[in-house]
Design a protein around this ligand. Structure first.
Ligand code: M6R
Length: 613
């Protein structure tokens, strides 16, 4: 939520900041702003409600602002409506200090009251403005020492923050600080950066380091000095970002989401291949001993949104493979649920961004309870990855569209592989089943490619049903779990009300909503329960529902006896079937949203990475 970028170098800062913000816009797009400092013109600030293109027009692509150092922000509004005044950067009363912020200052009201009592006048309704005002207050108290003021302010504020601070009295450098919100440092030749994520700066440098909680950085064109919470210098470890710049660009596609759907076979291939050698699943990066795995009493999976949906599939699959209890819980519920987790529990944390605040909080809670943490993460070096005992990376590459697709698919397959790996060690899977699963894992990317070659029928169905007000996704077992994700994809990008139900539950209430013309997406890819799924389809059809059914190629004939609109995916091992089933559902959501003229990559009210509670 919210994107921050900062630059100090030899070039004009504003165009670089605007370009960085464009790449961070998926993190929030309610408003945007930049502040630039130059010797001649001083501190210049422009900000506006709306998308980045509005800001860009306002500053003539950056030409209107002069200065070789600056900070920028793209906002997902939390405190204060999205308007010009509440946009970042926020200025202190005397106009000397500008601040951009990602996170939430929880005690801002108390600080605001204190400052108001001292005669400070506030312009905005945001929590962030207190940081700018408090900095000015302590700066004046400290005889103008901005660094001392920064430390005093960081002691005073509570909550989560990644901060960029530009100060008129510091003509050659700006300041950054972080706690519980991501912020990285970028080291180019004669140019240095801060950014919420690497996509903002990869054009300029691949040499980065990640700020830790409590650290403060002083960034100038020539160097970045980092200090810990006590003001002691810190030597930062550098990481090299090896992905291609084009991976974070649309490359001729109309939308990132479509590009990312199409990239799934390759992403899955990259995730599977290094861990499947001579038909054996191996996780060289795991430090869990075989004894630990054999002794496992319980697995607990925590995650949010689509990552949680991966967890729901994994619960079915892992319990089937391991015959041990696997719980799955929404991360936002976990931390307040007094969960039954202890040192005998393996907690698996799933997150694309590795920065989701609820997931991070669940991880910390689980750690406190003594559990061992294994995370499945896409963004290398992210907070969740760094705080876990073990991390398995999904090699999906940068995912820009707010609606996840390739990250979901890679998480799914990685969890299946993990289940198989554990099952082999525990001895709960037969040699034959292991071999068949390994073979199908290998074949999965090619089968996904096959699904992606046939999009015409999906496009046609989307054009036929895009005007429906409400949709139900129904299925049993793994198809229910698949429906959760299919339904979320549709609702988040097309704004159509959509629900996923376990088919067997319909009769317990929901079927009363089915009437003439209600659209039901009926999932029948879980072949062991195909006949039961078919009975449920017949029930909703009898009540007037329009049905779009999804099944496997082997069951197409059976489905067509009952349903006119049948989509199919190739057959695979039952455990892997959701990896194929999700692809037509993503495409259906995409084409429906396209027909409705929605902003597919940046759906309203959403942001890619949810770093507030
Ligand atoms: O980065 P994470 O995987 O932790 O994100 C979790 C959810 O916010 C995310 O999956 C969200 O539900 C997506 N918008 C779904 O497409």
């Amino acid at each position: 939520m919210c994107g921050i970028v900062g630059y100090a170098g030899l070039e004009q800062a504003a165009p670089i900041l605007l370009d960085g913000l464009e790449r961070l816009e998926y993190r929030g797009y309610d408003s945007a702003g930049i502040a630039v400092l130059s010797e001649g013109k001083g501190l210049q600030l422009r900000k506006t409600k709306g998308r980045l293109k509005v800001l860009s027009a306002l500053v003539d692509g950056g030409k209107a602002l002069e200065g070789r150092m600056g900070i920028g922000h793209t906002r997902w509004a939390t405190h204060g409506e999205p308007n010009d005044v509440n946009s970042h950067p926020h200025l202190s009363q005397n106009g000397q200090i500008a601040v951009v912020h990602n996170g939430i200052i929880e005690n801002y009201l108390e600080i605001k009251e204190f400052l108001v009592s001292k005669g400070v006048h506030f312009c905005s309704d945001t929590d962030t403005e207190v940081v700018a005002q408090l900095l000015e207050y302590f700066c004046l108290q400290n005889g103008g020492n901005i660094m001392a003021a920064v430390y005093t302010v960081l002691d005073r504020i509570e909550g989560a923050y990644a901060l960029g601070i530009l100060c008129k009295d510091l003509p050659d450098s700006f300041i950054a600080a972080r706690k519980d919100a991501p912020l990285l440092l970028g080291y180019g030749e004669n140019c240095k950066f801060i950014a919420s994520d690497v996509t903002a700066i990869i054009k300029h440098t691949r040499d980065v380091s990640y700020m830790e909680d409590g650290e403060v950085a002083v960034v100038s064109a020539g160097e970045i000095k980092v200090y810990d919470a006590l003001g002691q210098p810190v030597e930062k470890e550098h990481s090299f970002i090896d992905w291609d710049v084009s991976a974070a660009e649309k490359g001729g596609y109309a939308h990132f989401m479509f590009k990312e759907i199409m990239e799934q076979p390759e992403a899955v291939r990259k995730t599977v291949s290094p861990r499947l050698k001579d038909g054996r699943v191996c996780f060289e990066e795991l430090s869990l001993s075989e004894d630990y795995i054999r002794g496992l009493k319980k697995i607990f999976i925590v995650a949010c949104g689509s990552s949680y949906h991966v967890g729901v599939v994994a619960k079915y699959n892992m319990e089937r493979l391991l015959r041990r209890p696997v719980d799955v819980m929404l991360a936002s519920e976990f931390r307040y649920a007094d969960p039954l987790v202890d040192q005998d529990t393996l907690v698996i944390v799933i997150s694309q961004s590795g920065e989701t605040l609820d997931t991070m909080a669940a991880l910390r809670e689980a750690k406190k309870l003594g559990a061992r943490i294994l995370s499945v993460v896409n963004v290398v070096g992210s907070s969740i990855a760094r705080e876990s005992d073990d991390v398995l990376y999904t090699w999906a590459g940068p995912e820009i569209a707010v609606a996840t697709t390739k990250a979901y698919s890679t998480q799914l397959v990685l969890l299946d592989m993990l289940g198989l790996y554990f099952a082999d060690i525990i001895g709960s899977v037969s040699k034959e089943e292991y071999a068949r699963l390994a073979e199908e894992l290998q074949a999965l990317p090619t089968k996904m490619e096959k699904v992606l070659e046939n999009t015409e029928e999906i496009k046609y169905l989307a054009s036929r049903y895009f005007n429906h007000a409400s949709v139900f996704y129904i299925g049993r077992n793994l198809d229910y779990a698949l429906g959760l994700e299919g339904s979320l994809k549709l609702k988040e990008i097309s704004y159509i009300h959509s629900e996923a139900y376990a088919s067997g539950e319909l009769k317990h209430g929901t079927i009363s909503l089915i009437e003439d013309g209600t659209l039901v997406v009926a999932l029948g890819t879980y072949t062991p329960l195909f006949d039961k799924a078919l009975s449920n389809i017949i029930e909703v059809k009898a009540r007037g529902a329009d049905i779009v059914a999804l099944t496997t190629e082997s069951r197409r004939g059976d489905m067509e006896k009952t349903v006119e609109n049948v989509l199919t995916v190739p057959d695979t091992h039952i455990i892997l079937q959701p990896s194929l089933g999700i692809v037509p559902l993503q495409l259906f959501a995409y084409y429906v949203a396209l027909q409705r003229g929605c902003d597919i990559d940046k759906p309203r009210n959403l942001a890619k990475s949810v770093t507030v509670e």
